[in-house]
Design a protein around this ligand. Structure first.
Ligand code: APR
Ligand code: ZN
Length: 256
């Protein structure tokens, strides 16, 4: 019977480990909450990024076309934080669960590359990534390190080929998701017998629709998130705790 199970923490981790083990394939959907323990603020927690920056001013494609230098003022700070960020226990456990055959793929809303840095192989970055930036005028691409170097000399990176201001290859509000990403993610969600959500408020579409894809195909949901989400009542299990600690306990039960 779905619904929020309020187990004592030990029991809920046992239950999560059993759900993962008994419901294969298990696909994981991560959000910014999986990276906060790496020092990267999330968006909608109290004091999160959107409490300090208006997303309509800094995170829409219209805002970028209107005032790219202002949007880069926001992204230059993000790049600075992301430049030295390292995967935390949650990322490492998810990579180990993939190696151990318990996780088929990670669909991530994050652009920070930390799943890849932790060793996860099958990662679908549905909101793009900071790995590259592109020139909207001529298509020239620059790597993260090239853009960081450009930001040391100017407030916004200029295209080395045509001089236009480049755009980070992250999906801004009002943009389409990367070609094929939502199709691949939706196919994985439909095939998943368990969709494990880690660190997402599940506020943003179309990604939150993946949970419906899993449920409609007869799969189950488990949610590890510090705060409640709109999908808690539909989940087989919800654990209101830190991603790193919870997944580390799961790893001790499944991977030793
Ligand atoms: N452990 C577990 N949960 C956590 C942790 C943690 N260490 N830290 C934060 N959380 C939870 C918060 O309680 C919050 O509900 O993670 C959730 C993060 O939610 P958001 O900040 O809304 O991030 P996300 O769901 O990834 O946002 C989706 O919105 O702004 C866009 O493009 C942006 O990809 C982002 C998308
Ligand atoms: Zn150019």
């Amino acid at each position: 019977m779905p619904g929020t199970r309020r187990y004592k923490s030990g029991m809920s981790v046992e239950r999560l480990a059993a759900l993962i083990s008994d419901h294969q394939p298990c696909v994981v959907l991560t959000g910014a909450g999986v990276s906060t323990e790496s020092g990267i603020p999330d968006f909608r927690s109290p004091g999160g990024i959107w409490a300090r920056y208006d997303p309509m001013e800094y995170a829409t494609i219209e805002a970028f076309r209107r005032d790219p230098a202002k949007v880069w003022d926001f992204y230059a700070r993000r790049f600075e934080v992301l430049e030295n960020a390292q995967p935390n226990a949650a990322h490492h456990v998810l990579a180990a669960l993939e190696r151990g055959g318990y996780v088929e793929a990670i669909v991530t809303q994050n652009v920070d590359r930390l799943h890849e840095l932790a060793g996860s192989q099958n990662v679908i970055e549905v909101h793009g990534s900071i790995r590259t930036s592109s020139c909207l005028a001529c298509g020239e691409r620059a790597t993260f390190d090239e853009v960081v170097a450009m930001l040391e000399r100017a407030p916004a990176p200029s295209c080395p080929r045509c001089g236009s201001i480049m755009k980070p290859d992250v999906v801004m509000f009002g943009e389409l998701l990367p070609e094929g990403a939502i199709e691949r993610a939706s196919e994985l969600a439909r095939r998943a017998r368990l969709l494990l959500v880690v660190g997402s408020s599940l506020n943003v579409y179309p990604i939150a629709d993946l949970l419906q894809d899993t449920l409609l195909a007869g799969g189950k949901l488990a949610i590890v998130n510090r705060e409640s989400t709109p999908y808690d009542e539909l989940a087989e299990l919800t654990i209101r705790a830190s991603a790193g600690e919870t997944l580390s306990h799961v790893a001790r039960r499944l991977l030793v």
